[in-house]
Structures are given as structure tokens and as C-alpha cells.
Design a protein around this ligand. Structure first.
Ligand SMILES: NC(=O)C1=CN([C@@H]2O[C@H](COP(=O)(O)OP(=O)(O)OC[C@H]3O[C@@H](n4cnc5c(N)ncnc54)[C@H](O)[C@@H]3O)[C@@H](O)[C@H]2O)C=CC1
Ligand SMILES: O=C([O-])CC(=O)C(=O)O
Length: 308
């Protein structure tokens, strides 16, 4: 299994590191536009191989896509991250051009590739990849829900004063500060609904902190996060590489599912060797349905700023 990661910055390098450390694929190619940067990150990471015990070969290239030929999976992390006080949506002006160009290069050299889109605003960038790549819809997957769900579990465990391994939960809808939908109604501690343990104030705290999870870290770090994003991508790549058929919330092109059409939005899906094996339809409460529709409208408005 050959994986390309475009963008060797904070998130791209973290993706490469977690993928390599989990030792499930033979080769990771890092691509960046900055001269020598991807080569340097690849060399540094390879020098951890004997220390961390992996055999994945990591190489780097400055924009030579022939080195990515035959990739099974490609992860797009190229583009600018937000600064404190910004929204993800404000990144569209610069990132749309980068994502479009990168997609064309990837598909040219790896026509069978499955693309995982990370660059922000992610739901809109995933939509852009659909509109410009010509790939079938099962081979374009936006990463947001896996990360947001991990942050949801972190906040649930904090509020429950429990180990994180005790809790389960999922975030769907948009990967944005306002459009995330943490499904509190379905979150559990060892199978027991968390609503049995948390009062309304704590429930509200968990939901609000989850939604602004990325903004909170951006304020603390001065740029956006990378460890959890890289780990989330590695889980998705492993689900494809090992045909795990894991249920992961991902930003996918909807054609009628959840009452939406012609939009990429976070929904639970089975991820396996073919990329998206199936979109899973779950029952939402009336309030959740309304929030999902509101999130869709906001993403649709941002998509309207795209020029193809
Ligand atoms: N979907 C998600 O959950 C998350 C998305 N992100 C997004 O991921 C993106 C990357 O974030 P960071 O890694 O922190 O930024 P970064 O600035 O550390 O890295 C971005 C890299 O992209 C490279 N790049 C720019 N244009 C390129 C091109 N045309 N071809 C190849 N490489 C190019 C830059 O040289 C840089 O090394 C941002 O848009 C950020 O908002 C970040 C975290 C989570
Ligand atoms: O917050 C950001 O801008 C980066 C991101 O998408 C995240 O960490 O969730």
C-alpha cells in the first residue's frame, strides 16, 4: 500500500508519522511546494524508524508528482491554516486554488487513488475535489468527523470524570465552529446514555467545547492543531488499507441521504478497501435534523464562493 501525503507541514508530517508508526503500509510519499521541506521531513521521520520500530519507507519530494504514481490513497493537507480569531471559512480564497491544482496532479499520476481531504474549509474543499477530479464519489472522503468525534469523547470523559476508553460518541454535519453536530443523544458510557450522568449544564458544556475544539487549540497554539488531526487521518487510511469496514463520520457527497443533495457533509459511513463502502442512515431527533439542515445551508453558502 502506497500513500501520498500532500503538504509536509504540521498536519501532513503528523499524518505520515502516525501512518508509519502503525506499520500497516509499505510506503509514504510526502509532497510539498517548499524546496527541500518534504525531503527533510521524510529524512527526519525515517531516522525515527529504528527507534519507533516501523518499516514503512517515507520519502519526500518538492512537487515531483511522478514520485506519487500508483498511490492507493492520497491525503491533501496542503494550504494555509487559520490564525487565532479566524474561521476556517476565511481560508477558502487561498486554499481552493491549492487543493484544485494538487487534485489534478494526484489524479494524473494515480487514476485509481482514494483521496482524503483535510485542507480547510474542509467540507467545501471536499466538494471542490468532487467537482474537479472526475473520481467516483466513493473515492473522495473529507476528514473532520473522526477528529471532532475524538474531541467529543475527550470532553465527555472530562465531564464524566471517566477514562476516555469508557465513552463513545459521534459528531456529524459540518466541520465548522457553528455547524458541528455532536450527537449527545447517542453518546454512551459503557452502553449507558451519557444523559443519565450529565446534568443540562454539563451537557451544554460538552457540546459547546466540542464545537469550538479547533478554535480553542488555535488560540492556544497560534496556529491550528496537528496531533489529533494526523491521528484521525491515520485511522481512516488504516481502515482503507486493511479493509476494516469501520464506521467513521466523514464528509461525503450526499445524493438524497439526510435530505441533502449536491453537498459534502459529515455523515457516518463504512470505510474499507473501496473508500466509502456505504453511507449509514441513522435516526436523528427533530432538533438534530434541524441543526443538520442549518449546517448544510451554511456550507452551501460557502460552496457558492467556489469558482471551478
Ligand atoms: N480537516 C481537519 O480536521 C483539519 C484541517 N486542517 C487544515 O489543514 C491544512 C494544513 O494545516 P497545517 O499542516 O497546520 O499547515 P502548515 O502551514 O503547517 O502546512 C501546510 C503545508 O502545505 C504546503 N503547501 C502549500 N501549497 C502547496 C502546494 N500547492 N503543493 C504542496 N504543498 C503545498 C506548505 O508549504 C506547507 O508546508 C490547513 O488548511 C488547516 O486548516 C488542520 C487540522 C485539522
Ligand atoms: O481549527 C482549525 O482551523 C483546524 C481544524 O480544522 C481543526 O483542528 O479542527
Amino acid at each position: 500500500m502506497k500513500v501520498t501525503v500532500v503538504g509536509a507541514g504540521a498536519v501532513g508530517a503528523s499524518c505520515a508519522e502516525y501512518i508509519a508508526m502503525k506499520n500497516f503500509c509499505s510506503e509514504v510519499v510526502l509532497v510539498d511546494i517548499k524546496e527541500g521541506f518534504a525531503e527533510g521531513k521524510a529524512m527526519d521521520l525515517m531516522q525515527t524508524a529504528s527507534l519507533n520500530g516501523f518499516d514503512t519507507k517515507i520519502t519526500g519530494t518538492t512537487g515531483d508528482y511522478s514520485k506519487t504514481a500508483g498511490s492507493h490513497v492520497a491525503v491533501i493537507t496542503s494550504g494555509i491554516p487559520r490564525k487565532p480569531g479566524m474561521t476556517r471559512e476565511e481560508l477558502i480564497g487561498i486554499n481552493a486554488g491549492i487543493v484544485k491544482e494538487v487534485t489534478e496532479n494526484l489524479v494524473k499520476h494515480s487514476p485509481e487513488v482514494i483521496i482524503i481531504v483535510v485542507s480547510n474549509p474542509m467540507d467545501t474543499m471536499a466538494y471542490l475535489v468532487h467537482k474537479t477530479s472526475g473520481l467516483p464519489k466513493n473515492r473522495i472522503i473529507g476528514m473532520g468527523g473522526a477528529l471532532d468525534s475524538a474531541r467529543f469523547k475527550y470532553r465527555l470523559a472530562e465531564a464524566l470524570e471517566s477514562p476516555i476508553s469508557d465513552v463513545d460518541g459521534m459528531v456529524i454535519a459540518a466541520h465548522s465552529d457553528t455547524g458541528m453536530l455532536p450527537l449527545l443523544s447517542k453518546a454512551t458510557r459503557n452502553g449507558v446514555p451519557v444523559t443519565e450522568f450529565l446534568d443540562e449544564e454539563k451537557q451544554k458544556y460538552v457540546i459547546e467545547e466540542t464545537k469550538v475544539g479547533g478554535a480553542t487549540l488555535t488560540k492556544l497554539l497560534g496556529t491550528s492543531a496537528w496531533y489529533a488531526p494526523g491521528a484521525a487521518v491515520s485511522v481512516m487510511v488504516q481502515a482503507i488499507a486493511c479493509d476494516q469496514k469501520k464506521m467513521i463520520p466523514c464528509s461525503l457527497m450526499l445524493e438524497g441521504e439526510y435530505g441533502q443533495n449536491d453537498i459534502c457533509l459529515g455523515v457516518p459511513a463504512i470505510i474499507g478497501a473501496n473508500g466509502v463502502e456505504k453511507i449509514v442512515n441513522i435516526t436523528l431527533t427533530a432538533e438534530e435534523q434541524l441543526k443538520f439542515a442549518e449546517a448544510a445551508q451554511a456550507v452551501r453558502d460557502v460552496n457558492g464562493d467556489l469558482k471551478f
